[in-house]
Design a protein around this ligand. Sequence first.
Ligand code: NI
Ligand code: MN
Length: 227
Amino acid sequence: MLKATFYGHSCVYITDGKQKLIIDPFLTGNPQAPIAADDINVDYILATHGHGDHLGDAVEISKRTGATIIAPNELAVWVAAKGADTHNMHIGGAYNFEFGRVKLTIAHHGSAAGESQLEYTGNPCGFLLTMAGKTIYHTGDTGLFYDMKLIGEMNDIDLMFLPIGDNFTMGVDDAVKAVEFVKPKIAMPMHYNTWDIIAAEPNEFAQKLDGSGVKVEILKPNESIEL
Ligand code: NI
Ligand code: MN
């Protein structure tokens, strides 16, 4: 059993009943978050990039719980300097952790941390997570890219989390094409309606994939899906 719970924006909590992970733990300041950062207890934190709406509370959670932050090298170095425990990786690389396998994919986006004074944190990524016999693809923030076709060909993806909010990432039509490239069993839209600038209609995304053979699940914050 693998359970994924959506915490709003791009934040997903994943557990197999033993190991606990969180991807992009943006909780403080996330108007969609159903849980406070102080209530998160995880073994690992996966961070796609340094933007505040993704890295979020990662450092604080790591320092409080001892959770290891898995991130692209430059971001991992940045969070380690803040006192977090890290496992540094890079795009194209995979590693077998005690909970399962993580592989970093490309993402067409930026990566920097900090408020007014930006500190660059390398390249952003997406995550292919294989755990309890299931594979989840969390794209992170990205525009559409044709290599998604290759990711779909080389991996049997059970669940894909992808942005549909436009402006900073793919919008609905590009996200539909991304799903057609990857061919996951289930597609779950994220990174929309957190703020007005990324307003999108998830039902439009679902309608455009009607008949594609891919099931679209629209999770509200705090709703879960079991694989
Ligand atoms: Ni971003
Ligand atoms: Mn973002």
